[in-house]
Design a protein around this ligand. Sequence first.
Ligand SMILES: [Zn+2]
Ligand SMILES: [Zn+2]
Length: 152
Amino acid sequence: MLSKFETDVRLRKALGANGQRFTEQRGAVFRYLAQTDVHPTAEEVFLAVRERLPAISLGTVYKSLETLVGCGLAVKLTYGDHSARYDGRTDPHHHARCVSCEKVLDLPGELLTGEIDSLRETAGTFTVTGYRLELSGYCPECVPTKDLLVTA
Ligand SMILES: [Zn+2]
Ligand SMILES: [Zn+2]
């Protein structure tokens, strides 16, 4: 995990490269995102950052998150019927999402890129720019008892 100083240096560099200014708000949002692996929503980031910057608004947090995404410092995970979540990890990795509490966890495993390449080849005239793999199920806190998991 990066120190506060290292995190700020990384943020200032990326913001500068994208013609953006460093602000205390952006710093606080990035620091929180860089040290958590819970993939928070904008509201969750707001509640966490507000403890240190009481004057910050949800709108500012939201805009800061979008700026970080634009600078390649965070990844936005969007879901059709849920609010977006933000990931401070930008290296390729996959997620597992709990269908009960909607928590998103990082999966330690990786897919062989050969498997993805073979899928890409079957896409035909479709131009592939990326992919997302996400497992869904129950986190340890939400997993139903075994009896309930047995269907029919
Ligand atoms: Zn859960
Ligand atoms: Zn992640």
